[in-house]
Ligand binder design. Structure first.
Ligand SMILES: CC(C)(COP(=O)(O)OP(=O)(O)OC[C@H]1O[C@@H](n2cnc3c(N)ncnc32)[C@H](O)[C@@H]1OP(=O)(O)O)[C@@H](O)C(=O)NCCC(=O)NCCS
Length: 189
């Protein structure tokens, strides 16, 4: 049994980011080359903290469990490309190490960020893009309630292969409040 919560990132999280930068799936999800030099990552991280882009909300994903009683940062979840006029944004989730994937953490973090986007930020539409080969993220988006809205054929090159990119979307009316429909949204067993 564990609980998932979201919090802003801080400078003390730099060692975690450096660890995640060695994980291929994490780097692919963020568009980073694997094995970026630590100095480059540190520069990027400090700049992000000091001068965050206005169109990005990023929250660290924290797992609390008997193994991690005071909480363990496992990745981050973004609302990117925030467009206040159109009231829309794009969801992205990245868990830094394989050991924390496939246990429901991405689902719980995604639900909480959707709730934040639709209720706190007043968004009316949240989209997500996923490469064809990323079946885990595709399943997660479907489980979160996203609808497939289109396929951008051979849209991006990943590891030397042109891949289709799936566009998913959710409207505010399609997201029920966690308190009524998703009572277990903040925890998973
Ligand atoms: C993609 C990612 C965010 C998913 O989060 P997660 O915590 O691993 O996923 P969850 O455990 O919440 O699983 C959600 C659903 O995905 C599916 N899923 C889980 N593991 C899977 C796997 N190995 N293969 C296919 N589908 C899988 C299941 O349908 C699952 O729901 P279920 O457990 O009720 O059956 C996470 O694995 C990750 O960060 N991967 C690397 C970075 C990445 O690819 N980010 C996405 C960029 S677009």
């Amino acid at each position: 049994m564990f609980e998932v919560s979201l919090r802003p990132l801080a400078l003390r999280d730099l060692p975690s980011v450096l660890d995640w930068s060695r994980d291929e799936a994490f780097c692919l999800a963020n568009g980073w080359p694997v094995g970026l030099p630590p100095e480059q990552l540190q520069d990027w991280f400090v700049r992000l903290l000091n001068n965050p882009p206005v169109d990005l909300v990023r929250r660290g994903i924290v797992v609390t469990s008997p193994q991690y009683p005071s909480g363990h940062l496992v990745g981050f979840v973004d609302l990117r490309e925030l467009n206040p006029l159109e009231k829309r944004a794009r969801l992205r989730i990245a868990i830094g190490e394989e050991v924390h994937r496939g246990q429901g953490v991405g689902y719980a973090a995604g639900l909480q960020m959707l709730e934040y986007g639709f209720t706190e930020l007043g968004l009316e539409r949240i989209v997500a893009k996923v490469h064809n080969s990323n079946s885990r993220m595709r399943s997660l988006l479907e489980k979160l309630g996203f609808q497939l809205e289109g396929i951008l054929r051979q849209h991006e090159t990943r590891q030397g292969i042109k891949e289709d990119v799936y566009l998913f979307g959710m409207l505010r009316a399609e997201f029920p409040p966690m308190s009524t429909i998703h009572p277990l949204a903040q925890s998973a067993s």
